[in-house]
Design a protein around this ligand. Structure first.
Ligand code: SF4
Ligand code: SF4
Ligand code: FES
Length: 328
């Protein structure tokens, strides 16, 4: 353990962690794009620059390890000027897509643009575009809009380091560099949609959630995926009783930052397998539409009149279902 001071706040932090993680202990946010706590550090977006007393140049918060006694400045004029410069570079080629972009409302690039983006651009030339690459299905679940990519490589590292499937890579060079899949090898692994979570822009979105809802119109609730017995931690995004998406909720002991595609899209079963209109069979054996109250009364009557009750429980049940089954 060592003591570091971040924006005047002294905190005790673990040895060997980087400045971004140390700043979290002091509740200070270091803006960043390419750094992800579960992926290797590449230090390529330069958004995380901070000032470290005694060092002549600004340092990358993701690739600089804290040392005992370090004094770090995350939010001062010098650092903010560097961040504004970096945002100007990134926005040279970024489209003004936010009104039609599914990432809007939860997009780090959009948030930082509000904070550090310039209202006017000094760049008078045409923006670089990737013709024909603004809605490419690169796998069964993931749609790519290359025009929105900021080349952070998080998606590529995810496929290298987490799934080990290596479907994604950089192709071409210089300003023409693009993220893509190898010919004949779609992004089709068991956790492929996680690239849409790690992508800090709307360059990668899921086919299932695309254009379904603005994210700020969704309510979110913490839950557990019941697709299998792992019980990955999730956020359920819903509106008016309808589920629109599952997103992974970080739990290092269970699912870390990830969610498998089967579990992620398993909410679709609630669109089809749900009892939306109850029916009750009457004494004449006629199965007729009933109210929910009549259906629940019929269930209560049947349960009370049964000599014995058996319930088949499964690891796929929710905690609530398992508790009710036990109480029977
Ligand atoms: S990726 Fe972010 S900044 Fe870019 S258009 Fe989408 S919401 Fe806006
Ligand atoms: S697609 Fe997204 S995650 Fe991949 S390099 Fe581009 S911005 Fe980064
Ligand atoms: S987060 Fe540090 S360089 Fe990208």
């Amino acid at each position: 353990m060592g003591k570091v001071t971040i924006d005047g706040i002294e905190v005790e932090v673990q040895d060997g962690i980087n400045i971004i993680e140390a700043a979290k202990v002091a509740d200070v946010h270091v803006p960043h794009f390419c750094y992800h706590p579960s992926l290797t550090v590449v230090g390529q977006c330069r958004m995380c620059l901070v000032e470290v007393e005694g060092m002549p140049k600004l340092q990358a918060g993701c690739s600089t390890t804290v040392k005992d006694g370090m004094k770090i400045h995350v939010w001062n004029e010098k650092v903010e000027k560097a961040r504004r410069g970096q945002m100007e570079f990134l926005l040279i080629n970024h489209p003004l897509d936010c009104p039609i972009c599914d990432k809007a409302g939860e997009c780090p690039l959009q948030d930082y643009s509000f904070n550090y983006g310039s209202v006017e651009s000094r760049y008078g030339e045409f923006k670089r575009t990737y013709p024909g690459m603004d809605r490419t299905a690169i796998g069964p679940h993931v749609v790519q809009n290359m025009n929105r990519c900021i080349h952070c490589t998080r998606c590529i590292r995810f496929c290298q380091e987490i799934t080990g499937t290596n479907e994604l890579a950089f192709f071409k060079r210089g300003a023409a560099t693009e993220v893509g899949v190898f010919p004949g090898t779609p992004l089709d692994n068991w956790m492929s949609a996680c690239v849409t979570d790690v992508c800090p822009t709307g360059a990668l979105t899921t086919r299932e959630f695309r254009f379904e809802s603005r994210v700020w119109n969704l309510e979110s609730v913490d839950s557990i995926c019941n697709g299998c017995d792992v019980g990955c931690n999730i956020f359920i995004g819903y509106r008016n009783g309808q589920i629109f998406r599952y997103r992974p909720r970080v739990n290092p002991d269970v699912n870390d930052h990830w969610l498998c595609d089967y579990g992620r899209f398993s909410y679709e079963r609630y669109d089809t397998d749900r009892v939306v209109v109850p029916k009750v069979r009457n004494d004449d054996d006629y199965l007729g539409i009933s109210t929910w109250g009549e259906a629940l009364d019929a269930i209560e009557k049947a349960v009370k009149s049964a000599g014995k009750i058996a319930a088949i429980a499964s690891a796929n049940m929710t905690k609530e279902e398992a508790t009710l089954a036990k109480a029977l």
